[in-house]
Design a protein around this ligand. Structure first.
Ligand code: CTP
Ligand code: ZN
Length: 146
C-alpha cells in the first residue's frame, strides 16, 4: 500500500467511504488552512473493500470536525499528539449545519436572498433528518451528493 509518513500533531481521518475525501477536504475548508494535508484515495480496507484516508497535520484545537458527523458518523477520527494517537473523537449528528448544503426549494427565502446563510437543523435525531431552517424542506442525499 502507498505509504504516507506518520504525523506529529493533528488528525487522521480513517474509514472514509471511498470517494468522499475531497468533499471532506472542502467542507473542512482545508484549502484555507496553512497545514500539511495528505489525501489517500482508494486504500485497501478489510472492512470496507476500499476507503479514503485524510491526514491533517495541524494544531488539534484549530480545526472543528463536527461536520463529519453529518457526512458519515462511522468515520474514525484519530487524534495525534507527539507522534502518537492519544484518542478518538466520537462523532454525532450536529444540531445545525451552516453553509454546507443548499435548500433546493425555489420559493425558499434562502434561495431568493442570496446573502442569507444556508442553515439546516436536525429535526429528527433518531432518523437523522435535517430540515431547512427557513422553509422546513427536508434534506435528502439526492439534494446534494458528497
Ligand atoms: N497514524 C499517523 N500518524 C501517527 C499515528 C498514526 O498517520 N502518528 C495513522 C496510521 O498510519 C493509520 C491510522 O493513523 O493509518 C490509524 O492508526 P492505528 O490506530 O495505529 O491503526 P489501526 O489499528 O489500523 O486503526 P483502527 O483500529 O482504527 O483500524
Ligand atoms: Zn429552504
Amino acid at each position: 500500500m502507498l505509504n504516507v509518513g506518520k504525523i506529529e500533531e493533528g488528525f487522521v481521518l480513517d474509514h472514509i467511504p471511498a470517494g468522499k475525501s475531497m468533499a471532506i477536504y472542502r467542507y473542512l475548508k482545508l484549502d484555507q488552512l496553512d497545514c500539511t494535508v495528505a489525501i489517500i484515495k482508494n486504500a485497501k480496507s478489510n472492512k470496507m473493500g476500499k476507503k479514503d484516508i485524510l491526514k491533517v497535520e495541524c494544531d488539534i484545537h484549530s480545526l472543528n470536525l463536527d461536520i463529519l458527523g453529518f457526512i458519515d458518523k462511522d468515520i474514525t477520527v484519530n487524534i495525534v499528539q507527539n507522534g502518537e494517537i492519544v484518542g478518538k473523537k466520537k462523532l454525532s449528528l450536529p444540531q445545525e449545519i451552516h453553509n454546507v448544503v443548499k435548500c433546493h426549494n425555489p420559493r425558499c427565502i434562502s434561495s431568493i436572498e442570496q446573502e442569507l446563510p444556508q442553515i439546516f437543523v436536525l429535526s429528527d435525531p433518531q432518523r437523522g433528518i435535517y430540515r431547512c431552517k427557513y422553509c422546513e424542506e427536508k434534506f435528502t442525499e439526492t439534494n446534494q451528493s458528497f
